[in-house]
Design a protein around this ligand. Structure first.
Ligand code: ADP
Length: 509
């Protein structure tokens, strides 16, 4: 449904009014015309305000078109007014236009047709103005709601801004905003001015607000020409959350890289450990093979001799044998040897079992305790023992270390040339996180080619008759030291004495 167009036609000449109305009716179907003939009717009509447009004559017997124009515009500034007259002069037209007249049509026969055109143009213009005003209001509203700060500046400084601009900067006025904005306005203005074509410039900067808070902002500026003057329009946007996300992502990437490299290192170290374990397993397998062979051989040796001498004794049943006592001694010695072998083997195999407790042990206290335990053997060999004090503290298992040192000391006093008084020296030296304990003797020495072999089970370099033993002592030393995280070795030359050493972790302070 089209809206009825309400027009006030002001003219004291009924013929002219009819002329105007006829022209209007030709063009507009939905039309309501109110005719005004005199002042009181005009006053009533203006008071009621039920019209969309006014067409007035200039020359009225009770007033003139200018007065009518002013009266209407004063009350309804947006209501279009068209003047229709034959007495207009240029001055009147100028005067009327100044007062807001929308259209001017001459009262001449060939101009009547212009009336509806003038009405339409005036209505369209007013509609356009209304829309523009509405648009401006909406735009202003949007600018105020927007989280983006909008501002405009020229060579003198900021000219205008929206509310968000001040809010974002935490400023109360444009003057304060100008001092907070991290942008050199003059420099930016002249830079943009120098460019042949309008270009946008952007920067991401940190902004320190008057309340002490810090935010990241994106500022973009571009030049514009408004009514001949070059201005710069700027947008400022809070990008703190994006920046934080970027930083978090960067940190995540860095930690990810670190974690990957840590994992790789862990994997590499696990692989290395696996390789070491495999190597050890191979050694253990070989050891086991040698071990089974040696056990069967060495354990059978005393048993064979027991069986042999017992059989000889039995052959002479009833009759006393001349060598009876000697045979019985041999049987006893073999039985003892077999017993010693079994004991040593048990000690050796015990080293493989269970968890071991490690603690700080002061060597200057432990070694004299061992000397005291071996006192009778040492006296028997007339051994001289020297301790190079202080010897220091190591981290070790008490029982195992006691056995290790006992075995080394026993060997040091045992493997000496006949007639030589054994002399054993204990001394230590620091080696980083470790302490090396040296046990040096003046014995028969060892051929370097056997350095490794003597630490395996049953490996003996000498005949049992001259230097009795089971061949397990040094194997116990090596296994014991390894279980405590240390190492063992020897430096020697035949006839030059031997220097055995063991490395153990230093005791923690
Ligand atoms: P055992 O002492 O029972 O023979 P070990 O395992 O203790 O067995 O020693 C293995 C071999 O190493 C010994 O038989 C000996 O040949 C050699 N050996 C050990 N300690 C010394 C030493 N201090 N001086 C010379 N040779 C040694």
């Amino acid at each position: 449904m089209t809206k009825t167009l309400r027009i006030l036609v002001i003219d004291d000449n009924p013929g002219d009014r009819a002329l105007v109305i006829r022209q209007l009716q030709r063009e507009f179907t939905e039309l309501a015309v109110e005719e005004v003939r005199e002042l009181s009717e005009l006053e009533n009509a203006v008071a009621a305000g039920k019209f969309d447009l006014v067409i007035t004559d200039y020359e009225l017997h009770w007033s003139n078109g200018l007065e009518v124009l002013r009266a209407v515009k004063q009350r309804y500034p947006n209501c279009p007014v068209i003047m229709f007259t034959n007495t207009g002069s240029e001055e009147i037209a100028v005067e009327a236009m100044k007062s807001g007249l929308d259209e001017y049509v001459l009262k001449q026969p060939n101009r009547y047709i212009r009336i509806p055109i003038a009405v339409r143009v005036a209505l369209e213009r007013i509609e356009m103005r209304r829309r523009t005003a509405l648009l401006e209001i909406r735009l202003q509203g949007l600018l105020d709601q927007l989280k983006v700060g909008v501002f405009r500046f020229n060579s003198l400084g900021i000219i205008e801004s929206n509310k968000a601009f001040l809010d974002l900067l935490g400023a109360d006025s444009l003057v304060q905003a100008q001092s907070i904005l991290p942008l050199n306005l003059q420099e930016s203005y002249s830079q943009l001015l120098d460019m042949s074509q309008p270009q946008q410039q952007e920067c991401e900067v940190e902004l320190h607000r008057p309340d002490g808070t810090l935010i990241w902002v994106l500022i973009s500026v571009t030049s514009n020409t408004i009514e001949g003057e070059t201005v710069v329009d700027g947008l400022i946007e809070d990008i703190s959350s994006r920046k934080q996300a970027e930083i978090a992502k960067q940190q995540l990437n860095e930690t990810l890289e670190q974690r990957v490299s840590e994992r790789t290192q862990e994997l590499e170290s696990a692989n290395r450990q696996l390789a070491v374990t495999n190597e050890k397993l191979a050694v253990v397998n070989q050891d086991l093979e040698e071990f089974s062979y040696m056990v069967s051989h060495d354990l059978r040796e005393p048993l064979r001799s027991i069986t042999g001498f017992s059989t000889m004794l039995l052959k002479n049943e009833g009759k006393p044998h001349v060598k009876q006592e000697e045979y019985l001694h041999r049987i006893l010695a073999s039985a003892q040897q077999s017993n010693k072998l079994i004991e040593d083997l048990l000690s050796y195999s015990r080293l493989n079992r269970s968890e071991i407790e490690m603690r700080s042990l002061n060597l200057s206290l432990l070694i004299p305790e061992i000397l005291w335990q071996l006192d009778s053997t040492l006296k028997q060999h007339k051994a001289k023992i020297i301790l190079n004090e202080p010897l220091g503290d190591v981290r070790a298992n008490y029982t195992i270390l006691t056995q290790v040192i006992s075995n080394l000391l026993t060997n040091a006093t045992k493997f000496v040339a006949p007639g030589v008084k054994p002399q054993v020296r204990f001394r230590t030296e620091p080696r980083g996180e470790l302490i090396r304990l040296w046990i040096e003797d003046n014995g028969i020495g060892i051929n370097p080619e056997y350095y490794k072999q003597i630490f395996t089970v049953f490996k003996r370099l000498h005949n049992n008759d001259i230097y009795p033993g089971t061949g397990i002592g040094l194997a116990i030393v090596r296994k014991g030291i390894e279980r405590m995280g240390g190492q063992v070795g020897v430096e020697s030359e035949l006839g030059q004495g031997s220097q055995f050493w063991i490395d153990l972790p230093k005791a923690r302070k």
